[in-house]
Design a protein. Structure first.
Length: 278
């Protein structure tokens, strides 16, 4: 059953992506990055269907990286690409808008939503991600930096195929989609980690657990300068809670040291997404 649900999720994500691509971006000569962008430019230059190129160009990447990324990711990604190819043959509606700026905004949001759904179900539409993963192990560049390099080159090249205005709109659509992917995969309620160093750890702990409704972990620490023993408090909160919790800590101990940092995921234990009191 879970495999059926996963397949439906991947197919639906590919459908959403295709709508954004074929209804908003492509009619206004705006493209996406990665292999999709290469396939769109190849289709424009040769007259051969985009559906053919998206499969032909992606398969070598996944064959090459099969041992590096595993069978599950490879199969899920190839299935997503086949769905994209299939949907592209059926979805040929008139463009919703002929304004390239509006099409860039809406198209970027929709393709970002589609890619985000596919990622959440364990797949991908872009073979360049495989190269980025392999390059990450052999070069000083991260996966994100490598993908960004590929996409800047691909989107910049679209100026020679379409127009330089189209290339700029494509870059804007890419960054909008990039942010939308983050929203879909991580959620709007981004989580933050907080490290608190205070001489009033008991009072601050009571404030966070009883008044704020947050679980707190106590960590034994030692100051490097005076070698004084201290307690470090660690908790996970939502982005919207940071200011209120920081103010609550300051009201208990105005000299408390508070460090706030991003975390990609938090689950299990006593962690819950609480509503703030008061």
């Amino acid at each position: 059953m879970k495999y059926i649900l996963r397949a439906l999720g991947l197919a639906f994500g590919a459908l959403i992506y295709t709508i954004g691509l074929d209804v908003f971006l492509v009619p206004n000569h705006v493209i996406d990055g990665g292999v999709v962008g290469i396939a769109l430019m190849a289709a424009q230059l040769t007259g051969i269907s985009f559906s053919v190129f998206i499969i032909i160009l992606n398969i070598p990447f996944f064959i090459f990286g099969y041992k590096k990324i595993g069978a599950f990711f490879t199969v899920s990604s190839l299935f997503s690409i086949l769905c994209l190819s299939g949907w592209s043959n059926f979805i040929h509606y008139e463009p919703v808008t002929s304004d390239p700026f509006l099409s860039t905004i809406y198209g970027g949001i929709i393709i970002g939503l589609g890619v985000g759904l596919i990622i959440r179900w364990g797949g991908s539409l872009d073979g360049t991600e495989v190269l980025a993963i392999i390059a990450d192990r052999r070069t000083p560049f991260s996966v994100g930096e490598t993908i960004m390099f590929f996409n800047l080159f691909i989107l910049g090249s679209s100026g020679f195929v379409f127009s330089w205005d189209s290339a700029m709109y494509s870059l804007v659509a890419y960054f909008i989609a990039y942010k939308m992917i983050d929203v879909v995969t991580n959620g709007l309620d981004e989580m933050k980690g907080m490290l608190i160093v205070t001489g009033k750890h008991d009072q601050v702990t009571d404030c966070l657990t009883r008044d704020m409704g947050r679980a707190v972990t106590l960590i034994n620490g030692e100051g490097a300068y005076k070698r004084e023993k201290t307690m470090i408090l660690y908790c996970v909160v939502s982005r919207l809670e940071v200011t209120k919790i920081r103010d609550a800590i300051t009201s208990v101990d105005s000299n408390a040291f508070v460090s706030v940092f991003d975390i990609s995921e938090a689950h299990g234990g006593l962690f819950k997404r609480h509503k703030m009191h008061g």
